[in-house]
Design a protein around this ligand. Structure first.
Ligand SMILES: NC(=O)c1ccc[n+]([C@@H]2O[C@H](COP(=O)([O-])OP(=O)(O)OC[C@H]3O[C@@H](n4cnc5c(N)ncnc54)[C@H](OP(=O)(O)O)[C@@H]3O)[C@@H](O)[C@H]2O)c1
Length: 339
């Protein structure tokens, strides 16, 4: 069973944050993509930690932190992992950026997760644009507006206060671009420890990746397998399936593994922390085990590097404002100036 085959922590590649603290090199995602309910996700967290996962990527908007909290309590009571051995993240959602709201959101996440601190707390998206859960992809909230460094810093300063209060150990940003980082990094009192960003073989974001690494900001890669179960609203005809890319398939054949596993080996070897989602034990087991054995060769890494197609899957179109030209406007295309 799972416990008998559990992975030793010393086999898992850990990374070091700018603070000197360590973070596991692979984590478990917890967004059920409108397909898997809180119960299933929480059971996966339980099984995954028993197997050897220590990094769990949560968010208030995933609407399952209370159930995950119950299993984290069980895990600690049973002695599977102590609190200090776990690395738990959460994120403040777009409708909670206003003055006083970030602490309210963080405190709720802490209550739901049954923890007295988080290891890393992210600003989930860099604007307060809100869409109702399940709304159509082309709907526009009249309150939505373009990125503003000043508005972002309202949320970030509150995150810094959470560090001061000991409620969170590190703070991070997500869904950023280089121009947005250039605008806000000089204003930060506490630097981001990590940048959660979409990263998979067909969307490698090399410039943003290098920019983050050069500033001691650890890239955490979401949708590392290309999110094959993502909601309908996040699918377009142009999207590429990472698990069907020729270099991924060739490496999968050579190593006798599923192409999904190749995406994760590539991610871990490149230096980002992938956070694959799965509620299926055989999948989440192989997703952790794969980074402890049989690495990709330098040639395979290079062949996958060349598969980059600049194929962004999570376009964020529901966060657009009235008058925006298209989802590209969220990601600073030429002609859009970020202030
Ligand atoms: N910061 C952000 O804005 C943001 C945005 C998106 C996601 N995230 C985080 O990133 C996590 C991961 O992203 P994601 O869930 O969208 O995408 P993903 O991890 O790339 O894809 C997950 C899906 O891949 C399949 N899969 C997983 N392991 C597999 C294996 N070993 N073999 C074959 N198929 C496998 C499963 O599909 P089936 O279920 O069909 O088997 C699973 O549902 C999320 O859960 C969330 O924590 C953050």
């Amino acid at each position: 069973m799972i416990t008998e085959n559990r992975i030793d922590q010393d086999k898992i590649p850990y990374r070091t944050l700018y603070s000197g603290e360590r973070i596991p090199g692979v984590g478990l995602g917890t967004f059920g993509s409108d397909k898997y309910g809180p119960e299933q996700v929480a059971e996966a967290v339980y099984g995954a930690v028993r197997y050897g996962y220590r990094l769990i990527d949560c968010a208030s908007v995933y609407q399952n932190e209370d159930r995950i909290g119950e299993v984290l309590g069980r895990i600690m009571a049973e002695g599977t992992a102590k609190r200090r051995e776990l690395f738990v993240t959460s994120k403040v959602w777009n409708d909670m950026h206003g003055e006083g709201k970030v602490a309210e959101s963080c405190e709720k996440s802490l209550r739901d997760l049954g923890l007295d601190y988080l290891d890393l707390y992210f600003v989930h998206w860099p604007f307060p644009n809100y869409h109702a859960p399940g709304c159509a992809g082309d709907s526009r909230n009249p309150d939505s507006r373009p990125f503003s460094a000043e508005e972002f810093m309202t949320a970030w300063r509150q995150c810094e206060e959470l560090v001061d209060r000991g409620l969170v150990r590190h703070i991070g940003m997500s869904n950023m671009t280089i121009p947005k980082l250039e605008a806000v990094l000089p204003l930060c009192r506490i630097q981001p420890a990590a940048l959660e960003m979409e990263l998979h073989p067909s969307f490698q974001q090399p410039e943003l990746f290098d920019y983050a690494v050069s500033r001691s900001i650890l890239p955490i890669g979401y949708c590392p397998i290309g999110s094959p179960s993502r909601p309908e609203r996040d699918r377009t005809a142009e999207d590429v399936a990472d698990t069907a890319l020729p270099a991924v398939l060739a490496a999968a054949r050579a190593h006798g593994v599923h192409p999904a596993v190749v995406c994760l080996k590539w991610a871990a070897q490149r230096g980002q922390v992938p956070i694959p989602f799965s509620v299926k034990a055989p999948q989440y087991i192989s997703n952790l085990k794969c980074v402890t054995e049989d690495p990709l060769t330098a040639e395979e890494m290079e062949a996958i590097r060349r598969e980059d197609r600049d194929c962004r899957l999570i376009k964020g179109q529901v966060f657009l404002w009235e008058g925006a030209r298209g989802w590209e406007d969220l990601w600073d295309p030429e002609g859009v100036i970020v202030k």
